[in-house]
Design a protein around this ligand. Structure first.
Ligand SMILES: *[C@@H]1O[C@H](CO)[C@@H](O)[C@H](O)[C@H]1NC(C)=O
Ligand SMILES: *[C@@H]1O[C@H](CO)[C@@H](O)[C@H](O)[C@H]1NC(C)=O
Ligand SMILES: *[C@@H]1O[C@H](CO)[C@@H](O)[C@H](O)[C@H]1NC(C)=O
Ligand SMILES: *[C@@H]1O[C@H](CO)[C@@H](O)[C@H](O)[C@H]1NC(C)=O
Ligand SMILES: *[C@@H]1O[C@H](CO)[C@@H](O)[C@H](O)[C@H]1NC(C)=O
Ligand SMILES: *[C@@H]1O[C@H](CO)[C@@H](O)[C@H](O)[C@H]1NC(C)=O
Ligand SMILES: *[C@@H]1O[C@H](CO)[C@@H](O)[C@H](O)[C@H]1NC(C)=O
Ligand SMILES: *[C@@H]1O[C@H](CO)[C@@H](O)[C@H](O)[C@H]1NC(C)=O
Length: 369
C-alpha cells in the first residue's frame, strides 16, 4: 500500500527533488500503467501480476517483452480496486478486493473480499486468462493490505489489516471459509486517527517456512513491515496460523532520517534465502537480512536464536526511477535475479488527478550468487 499520502505526492510535484542520488544496482523501466500500482506477484511462467487500488482488473505482463504486452484480466465484481495478491497453491492465486477510497486509504465497510484467480486450467499462452471466482467476505476489514499464505499451509490466507492493526487468518478449506484474528500487536497499529486518519499500520506480510529448522511448535514465520511503527519484524507461527511467540522487531526502518512523514516502509519481498527486499519511500530499496553467524550452534538452527542480529543495507536509492516505491517481487525463471518494483506517482493535468504506476526492474544479480 502506497504510504505517501496524496498531500505529500502533490508537494513533490510542486517541489521536485533537486538532486539525483546514486544507485548501487542497475534499474530499468519495465512498463507503466495509468493506475496506482499497489501490489505485485509473479507466476511460475515468470509473468507479473500487478494489482491497483484504482482498478478492479489485474494487470499482467511478460517481463521478456516489456511495455508491449500489458493486458488486464476481467474486473473483479463488486470492487473498484485490489490490494494484496498471493499464490496459495501452484497457479492458484488469491487477491484482496474492495471499494476503496484512495484519499482515506480505507475501503467501504462490508466491501472487503477475497477472490480466487485460478490459472491452473489456462495455458501460459492462452489469452482467455484465469478463472476468477469469489472466495470469502471479510466483514470487519476496511484496509486489507498485504496478503500471504500461512507458513506450512496450502489453505490458510493471512491478511494484513492496516487500519485495525492486526493479521486475519482465513481458512479457505472450511465451508464456509472461516475468518479469525490471528495476531494483534502495537507494532501493527496505525497512527492515532485524530492525528492521521489515513495512516496505515501493518503493511506487507510474507511467510517463510522453516522446513525442519524450527522448533516442534513453530513451522515458520510471518514477516511484516509496519508503516506507522517504521519497523520490520516477524512472528513465529505453528500449524493453523497460531502464533507461537511474541512479535519480534528485527530492524528499525526509520527512512532517510530527515523525519519525512512519507518515508515509511511499504511492502517487501522475501527471496529464496529468506532475505527481505523492502520498499522504503521516498526512493529506496533496502535489504534486511540476518547476519551470518560464525558459531556452530547458531548456524545449525539460526531460527531459534534468542537474539538474532539483522542488518539493513540500502541497495538502491534513486529519486528519478525509484520515486515512491510501493511493492517488490522477486522474479522467477529467467528473471530470478531481478526485483520487480512498483512505484507510485500522482499527476495533475488540466485540474484532473491521475495516477501513474511504473514498474521497474532492479538487477540484484550481484546479491543472488
Ligand atoms: C524511466 O522512466 C523515468 C520516468 O518514469 C524516466 O525519468 C527515466 O528516464 C526512464 N529511464 C529510462 C532508461 O528509460
Ligand atoms: C512504453 O511505450 C510507449 C509507446 O511506445 C512510450 O511512450 C512509453 O514511454 C514506454 N514506457 C516505458 C516505461 O518504457
Ligand atoms: C473519501 O475519503 C475522504 C477523506 O476521508 C472524504 O473526504 C471523502 O468524502 C471520501 N470520498 C467518498 C467518495 O466517500
Ligand atoms: C479446464 O478446461 C477445459 C476446457 O475448457 C474444461 O473442459 C475443464 O472442465 C476445465 N477444468 C477445470 C478444472 O476447470
Ligand atoms: C484456451 O482456453 C480455452 C478455454 O478454456 C480452450 O478452449 C482453448 O483450447 C485454449 N487454448 C490454448 C491454446 O490452450
Ligand atoms: C529499534 O529502536 C528502538 C527504539 O530506539 C530500540 O529500543 C530497539 O532496540 C531497536 N530495535 C532494533 C532491532 O534495532
Ligand atoms: C537516499 O538518498 C537521499 C538523497 O541523497 C538521502 O537523503 C537518503 O538518506 C537516502 N535514503 C536511504 C534510505 O539511504
Ligand atoms: C566470530 O564472531 C566473533 C564475534 O562476532 C568475532 O569476534 C570473531 O572474530 C569471529 N570469528 C571469525 C573466524 O570470523
Amino acid at each position: 500500500m502506497y504510504t505517501s499520502t496524496l498531500f505529500f505526492s502533490l508537494l513533490s510535484l510542486l517541489y521536485p527533488s533537486q538532486c539525483l542520488s546514486t544507485t548501487r544496482l542497475p534499474i530499468t523501466n519495465v512498463t507503466s500503467i495509468p493506475n496506482l500500482a499497489e501490489n505485485i506477484a509473479v507466476r511460475s511462467n515468470s509473468h507479473l501480476l500487478i494489482t491497483s487500488v484504482t482498478t478492479p482488473s489485474i494487470y499482467t505482463l511478460d517481463p521478456s517483452f516489456p511495455n508491449t504486452t500489458t493486458a488486464q484480466f476481467p474486473p473483479i465484481p463488486g470492487a473498484n480496486g485490489l490490494g494484496g495478491i498471493t499464490e496459495l497453491r501452484p497457479d492458484l492465486f488469491v487477491v484482496a478486493a474492495g471499494l476503496w477510497n484512495t484519499t482515506a486509504r480505507r475501503a467501504a465497510h462490508g466491501s472487503a473480499a477475497l477472490w480466487y484467480v485460478d490459472f491452473r486450467n489456462s495455458s501460459s499462452t492462452n489469452s482467455t486468462g484465469p478463472l476468477i471466482t469469489y472466495l470469502a467476505s471479510i466483514p470487519n476489514a476496511i484496509a486489507v493490505n498485504g496478503i500471504t499464505t500461512a507458513p506450512g499451509s496450502d489453505s490458510i490466507v493471512l491478511l494484513a489489516e492496516s487500519a485495525a492493526g492486526l493479521i486475519y487468518a482465513v481458512d479457505t478449506a472450511a465451508k464456509p471459509p472461516l475468518v479469525k484474528v490471528a495476531v494483534k500487536s502495537e507494532y501493527f497499529a496505525p497512527e492515532d486517527a485524530e492525528v492521521n486518519p489515513a495512516s496505515l499500520g501493518i503493511n506487507g506480510i510474507k511467510s517463510w517456512s522453516c522446513e525442519g529448522e524450527g522448533d516442534e511448535e513453530t513451522v515458520g514465520y510471518v514477516y511484516f513491515t509496519g508503516s506507522a511503527s517504521r519497523v520490520f519484524g516477524r512472528v513465529g507461527m505453528g500449524r493453523g496460523a497460531v502464533a507461537t511467540g511474541p512479535v519480534e522487531i528485527l530492524a528499525n526502518l526509520t527512512g532517510d532520517g530527515t523525519g519525512d512523514p512519507a518515508s515509511r516502509p511499504d511492502d517487501f519481498a522475501l527471496d529464496t534465502k529468506g532475505r527481505a527486499w523492502v520498499s522504503l519511500p521516498r526512493s529506496s530499496i533496502v535489504l534486511v537480512q540476518q547476519q551470518r553467524s560464525n558459531t556452530s550452534t547458531s548456524s545449525r538452527n539460526s531460527y531459534s536464536d534468542a537474539g538474532p542480529s539483522w542488518s539493513v543495507q540500502t541497495v538502491a536509492n534513486r529519486t528519478d526511477t525509484l520515486q515512491d516505491p510501493t511493492s517488490v517481487a522477486v522474479g522467477r525463471g529467467r528473471w530470478k535475479d531481478r526485483l520487480f518494483v512498483t512505484t507510485f506517482r500522482a499527476e495533475v493535468s488540466a485540474g484532473v488527478l491521475t495516477f501513474v504506476g511504473t514498474i521497474v526492474g532492479v538487477d540484484a544479480g550481484s546479491y543472488m550468487k
